[in-house]
Design a protein around this ligand. Sequence first.
Ligand SMILES: *[C@@H]1O[C@H](CO)[C@@H](O)[C@H](O)[C@H]1NC(C)=O
Ligand SMILES: *[C@@H]1O[C@H](CO)[C@@H](O)[C@H](O)[C@H]1NC(C)=O
Ligand SMILES: *[C@@H]1O[C@H](CO)[C@@H](O)[C@H](O)[C@H]1NC(C)=O
Ligand SMILES: *[C@@H]1O[C@H](CO)[C@@H](O)[C@H](O)[C@H]1NC(C)=O
Ligand SMILES: *[C@@H]1O[C@H](CO)[C@@H](O)[C@H](O)[C@H]1NC(C)=O
Ligand SMILES: *[C@@H]1O[C@H](CO)[C@@H](O)[C@H](O)[C@H]1NC(C)=O
Ligand SMILES: *[C@@H]1O[C@H](CO)[C@@H](O)[C@H](O)[C@H]1NC(C)=O
Ligand SMILES: *[C@@H]1O[C@H](CO)[C@@H](O)[C@H](O)[C@H]1NC(C)=O
Ligand SMILES: *[C@@H]1O[C@H](CO)[C@@H](O)[C@H](O)[C@H]1NC(C)=O
Ligand SMILES: *[C@@H]1O[C@H](CO)[C@@H](O)[C@H](O)[C@H]1NC(C)=O
Ligand SMILES: *[C@@H]1O[C@H](CO)[C@@H](O)[C@H](O)[C@H]1NC(C)=O
Ligand SMILES: *[C@@H]1O[C@H](CO)[C@@H](O)[C@H](O)[C@H]1NC(C)=O
Length: 545
Amino acid sequence: MLALTTLSLVLISLVRTVVGNIGNFKNVSYINPILPGWNSDPSCVFVAELDNTFFCTTSSFLAYPGAPVYSSKDLINWKLASNAISRPEQLPSLMTSNNIQGGGIFASTLRYHKSTFYLITTYIENPLPPTFYILTSEDATNDSAWSMPFAIETPYIIDPDIFFDDDGTVIVAYAGHPIKAQIIDMKTGNATETFDMWNGTGNGFTEGPHIYKKDGYYYLLIAEGGTELGHSGAIARSKSLRGPYESSPYNPLVSNRRTDEYFQSVGHADLFQDASGNWWGCALAVRSGPKLYNQTIFPMGRETTLFPVTWPKDGWPIASQIRGIMSGPLPLPNRNVSGEGLFAGEADVVDFVPGSSIPKHFDFWRTPAKPNSFTVSPPNKPNTLRLTASRANLTGDANFNATDGLTLVMRRQAHTLFNFTVDVELLGAEAQEGDEVGITSFLDQYQHVDLGVVYLSKNNKKTSPYLRYRATAFGKTNFTGIVPKTKLLALPADWSDDLVRLGISAINGTHFVFVAAPAARPLSSIVVGIANTTLISGPGNASGE
Ligand SMILES: *[C@@H]1O[C@H](CO)[C@@H](O)[C@H](O)[C@H]1NC(C)=O
Ligand SMILES: *[C@@H]1O[C@H](CO)[C@@H](O)[C@H](O)[C@H]1NC(C)=O
Ligand SMILES: *[C@@H]1O[C@H](CO)[C@@H](O)[C@H](O)[C@H]1NC(C)=O
Ligand SMILES: *[C@@H]1O[C@H](CO)[C@@H](O)[C@H](O)[C@H]1NC(C)=O
Ligand SMILES: *[C@@H]1O[C@H](CO)[C@@H](O)[C@H](O)[C@H]1NC(C)=O
Ligand SMILES: *[C@@H]1O[C@H](CO)[C@@H](O)[C@H](O)[C@H]1NC(C)=O
Ligand SMILES: *[C@@H]1O[C@H](CO)[C@@H](O)[C@H](O)[C@H]1NC(C)=O
Ligand SMILES: *[C@@H]1O[C@H](CO)[C@@H](O)[C@H](O)[C@H]1NC(C)=O
Ligand SMILES: *[C@@H]1O[C@H](CO)[C@@H](O)[C@H](O)[C@H]1NC(C)=O
Ligand SMILES: *[C@@H]1O[C@H](CO)[C@@H](O)[C@H](O)[C@H]1NC(C)=O
Ligand SMILES: *[C@@H]1O[C@H](CO)[C@@H](O)[C@H](O)[C@H]1NC(C)=O
Ligand SMILES: *[C@@H]1O[C@H](CO)[C@@H](O)[C@H](O)[C@H]1NC(C)=O
């Protein structure tokens, strides 16, 4: 993710071309990913009664607001409709969870049943155990309409699915070998019965289950092979919910394992139908094939892709495998989607106009303990975001306590090539030793590359501003690459009456340059550092969390 105030991202426009007709439907080409940037573990549902709208949720881990829900009418233009977690009291420990970088909201399932959305998720805190929570809403385009989380009986595991059977039974399947399920009493949240479902096809790490009912069969779709290069989706069916489950002869349903495809780690899929009866799937994938950079460069982590599925009556589903350019019988283009959020992958310029709020696609790392550290258009400073420094820097130290706050606000990197800038105002005489403001490319507190203006008193001179570029990468397990040395440059004297523009630009598929300029004279920019983005590509393909 990229952090701090005003920004502009330039993106590649999505191309749609009609390449053929299938019955009444046009076979249209589209580009993956459909939810670009850090959007793992997608789960999607189609809701005919809400004007034929599709809704998807993805994992948000420690980010706040959490559990984003995107909506679309055409499967291509996805608007951030709501964040199911948007009030601190929904998950109080999302503010206080110290010493973890990978907890929070994991791999949810989104369903719509009798006019209500159900989002079931695993919440991981430190110390464990995990908790399965159900959040409900009658309006997935309204943050405030999401309920408080309702805890249900939780086995010591992740990845709950929620399935409403025709007889009113509510089944929660979850990860494990075999995949297991429990019948939930929705009044108490207690499990009344637990049973085994399926061992998978033998690739191990059976997780991410979803149950569907079609043509008299229960279908069980799972993720297999681990969320890294061996990842896949596999499906099985049975006439009885309790099995035995028969594996599809066409498994894996989706996978790019043992290929050099640009999209790797494909799996953790979900299936849904559109208004015309066509079947579709969503799956997570990571951009960067094994050949391209030897799988070392994937700063956006896991993203959400779309694939068409053919699923004949009484037959097995067959999926088109994930590629960058795919085609299928998409609904007609339609950007008339309700809600206030940004369309996923769109560029934006944020001016923090008076009366506005921090945009809902911006993220904090944990629920901010000191929300007043982020003030939109404070008195006498319209069209700015005032940040009040936290004691801790982005990394924190041994005394780091999340309840002291971390003054960091971010948005997702959604494109391989982009430009991101923030204009910062310099501190005047009130600057104190060590004060710092800046921008960062951030994976977590232990992996980030920063460019800031920092106030230091050096060589017995009085406190003055410097440009400082530095990288933190100790979170990258067993990393043998080069961590750039910290660079410090005195801020040019003739920059000091102006805003300073700090920027990050992807100059190619592997490197980001960190630049600074006086905002009024952008051509006077200087390159302060160039970072290999392996630094902010997680320790495994799974990463970026
Ligand atoms: C859609 O068009 C593509 C490209 O021409 C083709 O490969 C694919 O088979 C078509 N799909 C269907 C369902 O006709
Ligand atoms: C959003 O939901 C809240 C809580 O249910 C409700 O008070 C509010 O009126 C809703 N807003 C809109 C625009 O529907
Ligand atoms: C639900 O489970 C809890 C803990 O196991 C138990 O104390 C409680 O009595 C159960 N409630 C019902 C209605 O069975
Ligand atoms: C899973 O495999 C184990 C070991 O082979 C076997 O005992 C068990 O019955 C299998 N479970 C299911 C649900 O197939
Ligand atoms: C690719 O990375 C693997 C470790 O992940 C290493 O063993 C292998 O030598 C690398 N290949 C090349 C061509 O650098
Ligand atoms: C947008 O969709 C809503 C229903 O969701 C409909 O009432 C409205 O007329 C549509 N607007 C346009 C311009 O199509
Ligand atoms: C963060 O602060 C700690 C403690 O003061 C310090 O050791 C560390 O170098 C700082 N790291 C960064 C990247 O600012
Ligand atoms: C963090 O600070 C809070 C409130 O000041 C305190 O209750 C808590 O014990 C502290 N946690 C740690 C790990 O020091
Ligand atoms: C970023 O800005 C530079 C300089 O203006 C421009 O050459 C480049 O095309 C931009 N990159 C993108 C992805 O728009
Ligand atoms: C890091 O290296 C140690 C020692 O070689 C090894 O045991 C561990 O599995 C490695 N961790 C990762 C994430 O590769
Ligand atoms: C970037 O880092 C990767 C992984 O450590 C390495 O293979 C590659 O050579 C580096 N690129 C440059 C230009 O240093
Ligand atoms: C990207 O640019 C950097 C810095 O100039 C260079 O070292 C690296 O090799 C380039 N990577 C690619 C894939 O061209």
